[in-house]
Design a protein around this ligand. Structure first.
Ligand code: NAD
Length: 279
């Protein structure tokens, strides 16, 4: 039977460590505040924003909430970001994505000061990661590195295959695994022989966005499987990009959905917020 990589437990552990660190910084007179901007009232975004604010409260930093109407113009949003960039009390700025269609996501991401870019989406943050320099790292892939390390999965020298090349998961994941000295293969929708490539993986990271796409035929026996996908069915039941019941008996360790990668994203966002306090 595979070892279950427990994201719920590991994320709780990280948040406890951060709470302690924030208390120590407070004792030195250093405080933290995350500005969270939401444009429109998309229900899924509202849940994410609420959870981020709760996590701030838990670790002991302020969250400043900006709930803007769907009709907010790009100029108005840019003005607010610039105001927050200049505000010394604010050390992290997050714009909940997606933004309404009349606002250009890339323009918004670029407007956030790289020193406050706690989502790690700014081109400067991505560039720093690419050339191995210090900077904020996208939260989901950073969380996966923590899951592997804290579950004693060896990364160095292993062959890691990533399915998916998105800017928020697949690409930064590949760069982080490279930083950890893995040999990395990125696959995507145009990859030929996907199964054969996956079968060569010691660590298989799946971020496709297709429910239960990966079955046992993609796996080498003893591989470690990380399932990034999140799918909710009509009964509110969650599942991932991996057919868990079929894959689990074959691998040495696996993340469940829910309770695997999901809880790590907010924990790593909090980690970036604490890092921002000492910049
Ligand atoms: P995306 O849609 O931006 O990217 C999907 C990637 O999968 C693309 O690069 C595409 O080339 C690749 N792909 C699609 N079909 C394929 C196929 N048949 N074969 C091989 N590759 C294929 O998605 P994303 O934002 O990277 O998210 C992926 C999944 O992870 C989604 O289910 C999303 O909900 C989930 N997600 C979870 C978290 C979390 O916190 N756990 C965070 C981000 C995303």
């Amino acid at each position: 039977m595979a070892k279950l990589i427990d994201g719920k437990h590991i994320s709780a552990e990280i948040k406890e460590e951060l709470k302690q660190k924030v208390a120590e910084l407070k004792a030195e007179g250093i405080t933290g505040a995350l500005a969270v901007i939401q444009v429109g009232d998309d229900p899924a975004s509202s849940v994410y924003v609420r959870n981020k604010k709760k996590a701030c409260e838990f670790i002991g930093i302020d969250s400043l909430s900006y709930e803007l109407s769907e009709e907010t113009t790009q100029e108005e949003l840019l003005e607010l970001i610039e105001k927050l960039n200049q505000d010394e009390k604010v050390n992290g700025i997050l714009v909940q994505l997606p933004v309404p269609k009349h606002i250009d996501e890339n323009t918004i991401i670029k407007a956030i000061s790289p020193s406050k870019d706690v989502d790690g989406f700014h081109p400067q943050s991505v560039g720093a990661l690419t050339i191995g320099q210090k900077g904020f790292v996208s939260c989901t892939p950073a969380g996966i590195i923590q899951l592997l390390k804290r579950s004693d999965v060896e990364i160095e020298g292993k062959h890691c295959v990533i399915i998916g090349r998105s800017n928020i998961v697949g690409k930064p994941m590949a760069l982080l695994m490279l930083r950890e000295n893995a040999t990395v293969t990125i696959t995507h929708s145009r990859t030929k022989n996907l199964k054969e490539i996956c079968k060569a993986a010691d660590i298989l990271i799946v971020a496709i966005g297709k429910k239960e796409f990966v079955d046992a035929s993609y796996l080498k026996e003893g591989a470690v499987v990380i399932d990034v996908g999140i799918h909710r069915d009509e009964n509110n039941k969650l599942s991932g990009d991996v057919k868990f019941d079929e894959v689990e008996p074959l691998c040495s360790a696996i993340t469940p959905v829910p309770g695997g990668v999901g809880p790590m994203t907010i924990a790593m966002l909090m980690n970036n917020c604490v890092e921002a306090m000492t910049k």
